[in-house]
Design a protein around this ligand. Structure first.
Ligand code: HSO
Ligand code: ZN
Length: 420
């Protein structure tokens, strides 16, 4: 691995051809509904299903196809993700109505979104863990109808059995064997067999991502997701084996995944670089990992931790690992990341699967303005008010005059008629 010193900041940009094709498919789904979905299912996924909803019999069959150990492991992950989501939900226990000033009672109410779709990608690796990360927070938030969907496996009418089992254990209310742009269109606009939802969450390829972007407004979305990234800040006390392992855990995701090390210790950088090459020799996912490490990987040397912090904040990575003599020294200065892993033992892989935090996180610098999927993704914070006559007599003249200033006379009247 050549040691890079330049920094590459990548932003979200979709090619024009993708945008146009997605627009065409979405229009088709809007117009032709199930017939359109069937057409693209067949064209892109060789998915021959006439009914997309997965039946209980199919779910039972999937359980028989996976190991008991797999089910046990999934249940441990589910428990931890649920536990954390429940604690996060506590931040929504502060519904209130308060008399802010005499006669004016203002309030705040947290209301769960009524229905959601968890989009679980198929593709190279069937990421069943993503089903847990999307479905569980929606359930804990109190979403009444949690749907999940995923494309069928190659030349099959079935979703990957591990994904299906994970969806079921996580508590999905409805499961559909459909994916791609057509799935996003179907759950946005509705078809004869698929009722639309209020929010769609989850990662996907560039077509699915563009479809979510185009459907936003007609449906809520979590965010526009891109390739996975990890940035590691380390000093001379860090463990090079851990860092090399974590960089590659990221790089194997796909050809555009990124692993970045920022370090104050030149020697550490060199050792990590060698260790990465060593692990790569026997890595079954070598092809992808080598390519993304060579093309997108970076080892950046800085003189001070302050410089590292500045650079990291500019990268705004999805995952940020810090392994330092004293991590607490910089934690409060780090302001842009999807999920933070503090200390050499706290590796991203635990967040990916089992510690309990969510792995559906903002990529491509979106962590400047949003965190990842969590219970709050599925809860709306709404406001309420109750006014007394006394308050109206005080507020109405002000509202009236402000409305007149804006030239809105019906508004002015709506205030005035209430004055006693
Ligand atoms: N690191 C990925 C999530 C994942 N890793 C799923 C393994 N399976 C994006 O945060
Ligand atoms: Zn991962």
């Amino acid at each position: 691995m050549e040691v890079l010193k330049k920094s590459q900041f990548k932003n979200v940009e979709t090619e024009k051809a993708v945008k146009v094709q997605v627009r065409e498919i979405l229009n088709d789904i809007k117009l032709n509904k199930d017939i359109g979905v069937r057409k693209y299912n067949f064209q892109f996924d060789k998915n021959p299903r006439l009914r997309y909803r997965v039946t209980r019999d199919e779910i039972v069959k999937a359980y028989k196809q996976v190991d008991i150990k797999f089910i046990e492991d999934v249940k441990i992950a589910v428990k931890n993700i649920e536990e954390f989501a429940k604690v996060q939900k506590e931040s929504f226990e502060n519904n209130f109505e308060r008399e802010i000033y005499p006669g004016v009672i203002l309030g705040q109410k947290h209301i769960p979104i009524e229905s959601a779709l968890a989009y679980v990608p198929g593709g190279g690796y069937p990421l069943f863990s993503t089903a847990l990360m999307l479905i569980i927070p929606a359930k804990i938030a109190g979403v009444k109808r949690v749907c999940a969907c995923s494309p069928t496996m190659r030349n099959s009418k079935d979703i990957n059995p591990k994904t299906l089992v994970a969806m079921d254990i996580a508590g999905a209310d409805e499961i559909y064997a459909v994916g791609g742009v057509q799935a996003i269109g179907a759950f946005t606009y509705g078809t004869e067999s698929i009722k639309p939802v209020d929010i769609i969450v989850g990662p996907g390829n560039k077509y699915v991502t563009e479809a979510k972007r185009q459907c936003y407004g007609n449906v809520g979305i979590d965010f526009v997701a891109g390739p996975s990234e990890v940035l590691i800040i380390a000093d001379e006390t860090a463990n090079a084996d851990y860092i090399a392992a974590d960089v590659l855990a990221q790089c194997e995701h796909d050809y555009s995944a990124r692993g970045i090390l920022i370090t104050t210790d030149k020697k550490l950088g060199e050792v990590v670089s060698k260790k990465v090459d060593e692990i790569l020799k026997n890595l079954p996912t070598r092809d992808i990992a080598v390519s993304s490490w060579r093309n997108n990987g970076e080892i950046i040397y800085v003189d001070t931790l302050d410089e590292a912090v500045k650079l990291s904040n500019k990268y705004a990575p999805e995952h940020l690992e810090i392994s330092l003599k004293n991590e607490d020294e910089i934690i409060d200065k780090l302001i842009n990341y999807g999920s933070l892993f503090v200390g050499g033992l706290s590796a991203e892989v635990f967040g990916d699967y089992v510690s309990g935090t969510n792995h559906t996180l903002p990529t491509l610098r979106a962590s400047r303005y949003t965190g990842g999927v969590w219970v709050g993704t599925f809860i709306k914070t709404c406001t309420t008010q109750r006014l007394s006559q006394k308050a109206v007599d005080l507020l109405a003249p002000v509202a009236h005059d402000l409305a007149v200033e804006e030239g809105l006379y019906a508004h002015a009247n709506a205030a005035k008629v209430r004055i006693k």
